[in-house]
Design a protein around this ligand. Structure first.
Ligand SMILES: Nc1ncnc2c1ncn2[C@@H]1O[C@H](COP(=O)(O)OP(=O)(O)O)[C@@H](O)[C@H]1O
Ligand SMILES: [Mg+2]
Length: 321
């Protein structure tokens, strides 16, 4: 039994999802016999950790600060063991541009892309490169902020006239935006959890939007508007390849404990492309990683216990990382 601080909420755009992930983790920890200390992360974080002296932190934060290495750095400084990936892996996976460059270097297929900063757009004439980019990527072009999640700020530009508006929307989320080739096909997610034998890829979850329109933030969390199928009904060879790619991504980014990798299965070519990795995927009732774990026979409580044990193992130096 441990005294576990559950870090949740925070100020990121995914605050509400994090509150739900955190609440569910607290329930599980309670059932497992742990003492929980819920903390809605804010400027009193360090003070509260010092006062209440938890033995370990379960990081149930998503998005900025919680999933990008910021909170992990603070936990390292105060010497508190914590769940999930370390600082560097968080930094690599929150940043889609950096992650995609690492994928390319490691021969992991990812949709072709170009990225630039708002400064390049405003002061270096980056807008003049748009016709070249449009020719290379063809329409529709996916425009997304370099960091972010839950499809926030993502736009599909159907023609050249829609690109500037999509960029402006992207820049309202981040100072860097990427333009990516649109992959027409199926939306798959492979979650990974570490077990006794190392990282294990769980059954694929397919997100099937009910409407033809874009699978957006609201649709994702409004129960019933997106159907999740697990295990996804794809040929065995596709499952094996998707799982292998997810494990490759996990290794390349240096992730630890658990993670989720989002991919597209292109309809025409039947090729798989990795979109991104999430260092702290959602843990709510409707989230994909818990669904995949369930399908693999790992209940939510067992999942939470495993993630906690992995955090202890890292803190005790049992694993050479
Ligand atoms: N290049 C792309 N081609 C087709 N659909 C995409 C592409 N990029 C993103 N999407 C859609 O947007 C969703 C969210 O994109 P993703 O890159 O995973 O960002 P995040 O989940 O961090 O918002 C994907 O699950 C997919 O449905
Ligand atoms: Mg995603």
């Amino acid at each position: 039994m441990s005294r576990v601080a559950v870090l949740k909420g925070g100020s990121s755009l995914e605050r509400q999802v994090s509150l739900r992930s955190g609440a569910r983790v607290e329930d599980a920890l309670g059932r497992l016999g742990h003492e929980t200390l819920p903390i809605d992360v804010g400027d009193d974080l360090i003070e509260r950790l010092r006062e209440e002296e938890p033995e370990i932190a379960f990081v149930a934060l998503h998005g900025r600060d919680g999933e990008d290495g910021t909170v992990q750095e603070l936990l390292e400084i105060v010497g508190l063991p914590y769940t999930g990936s370390g600082i560097l892996a968080c930094m690599r996976s929150i940043d889609k541009v950096l992650a995609k460059h690492l994928f390319v270097e490691a021969n992991i297929p990812t949709p072709e892309f170009f990225a630039f900063t708002e400064a390049a757009f405003k002061t270096l004439g980056a807008a003049d490169t748009l016709p070249t980019i449009e020719q290379r990527l063809d329409f529709p072009i996916v425009v997304k902020p370099a960091t972010g999640g839950s499809a926030l700020g993502i736009k599909f530009a159907e023609s050249a006239s829609a690109v500037p508006g999509a960029l402006v929307a992207g820049f309202s989320y981040d100072t860097r935006v990427l333009l990516e080739r649109h992959v027409r096909g199926r939306d798959l997610a492979v979650s990974i959890v570490e077990g006794a034998d190392g990282p294990e890829a769980l059954p694929i979850v397919e997100a099937v939007p009910r409407d033809e329109d874009f699978y957006d933030f609201e649709a994702r969390y409004e129960i019933g508007r997106t159907e999740f199928v697990c295990p996804a009904s794809v040929p065995d060879a596709v499952t094996r390849r998707a799982q292998q790619l997810a494990l490759d991504v996990y290794r390349v980014l240096g992730l630890y404990g658990f993670a989720r990798v989002d991919l597209m299965l292109e309809e025409d070519s039947e090729c798989l492309y990795v979109l991104e990795a999430n260092a702290i995927p959602g843990l709510t009732e409707t989230s994909l990683l818990p669904q995949a774990a369930e399908a693999a026979g790992i209940g939510f409580d067992e999942l939470v216990e495993r993630i906690l044990e992995l955090a202890w193992a890292r803190a005790q130096g049992e694993l050479a990382l």
